[in-house]
Unconditional design. Structure first.
Length: 259
């Protein structure tokens, strides 16, 4: 099945899609350091994969969707102590995501699902503010910041000792990349990474103003990346995608009531 990837489409093709659907996915993720074994594009790759899987599952139900071009930058302050990391100011994230949502809405995509593969609390707050601003600008819009990354309940799928503290570049994210882009995983370095369970205290340390080094992740990972497999990545992706499909279907019901 051919997905409606907006960046591959011309204006006539986009017009054709909007006649069939008002649903758009907007993948968002930072260019962020993910330890020494994963690429800085890890969060965008995972968000794109979830969008593609969810779009395919919805198509099987007779529901078409558009996948908007990804926003490849976001707020990633915690990892900004590592070479190659890029972060945007809070207000920049709000403005960019708000404007993209408004643009999608202008051309008929009234239900927009912001799909972020990055769970840093201030970035999540910026996305929520962007969604609220876009809906204030155009009350016909419904902008949902999907909680697929934290709300899907994947811990039972992981093999590491403490899956609840596997929070960044550990088993789950390594598994996702082994599944989607194994060519981008440095498996030799991966073998040398010992488990790091300081993720137990990550969010309270972030709230205290610490970066990843201050959060006791000197190599920018929390968890046990060595336990990751492509098969685990497949299961995690499927769990994420099923969660998003449920969000879309529930949103359709709420949208119908509003109309």
């Amino acid at each position: 099945m051919k997905l409606n990837l907006m960046y591959e489409m011309n204006t006539r093709q986009i017009q054709d899609v909007v006649r069939k659907t008002d649903i758009a996915f907007l993948p968002v993720g930072p260019t962020e350091v993910h330890s020494q074994h994963l690429p800085v594009g890890t969060d965008i790759e995972s968000a794109l994969d979830v969008c593609e899987r969810a779009a395919a599952k919805l198509a099987d139900l007779g529901i078409e969707t558009l996948i908007a071009p990804p926003v490849n930058y976001a707020l990633a302050e915690a990892a900004n102590c590592f070479v190659g990391n890029m972060t945007l100011r809070y207000e920049t994230v709000v403005a960019v995501v708000e404007d993209v949502c408004a643009g999608l809405g202008r051309w008929g995509f009234r239900r927009i699902f912001v799909m972020c593969g990055h769970a840093e609390p201030r970035n999540a707050q910026a996305l929520r503010e962007a969604a609220e601003n876009a809906m204030r600008r155009d009350p016909s819009l419904q902008v949902v910041v999907s909680d697929w990354l934290l709300g899907s309940g994947i811990q039972e799928l992981l093999q590491c000792e403490y899956p609840q503290w596997d929070l960044h570049a550990g088993e789950s994210e390594t598994a996702l990349m082994l599944n989607r882009r194994p060519d981008l995983v440095d498996t030799e370095i991966l073998k040398t990474l010992e488990p790091n369970w300081e993720g137990e205290f990550l969010f309270e340390r972030l709230a205290g103003g610490n970066d990843f080094i201050g959060c006791r992740a000197p190599l920018a990972y929390f968890g046990d990346p060595r336990t990751a497999t492509a098969e685990i990545g497949e299961k995690v992706y499927e769990r994420y995608a099923d969660h998003v499909v449920e969000e879309v279907l529930n949103s359709r019901d709420r949208h119908a009531v509003r109309q």
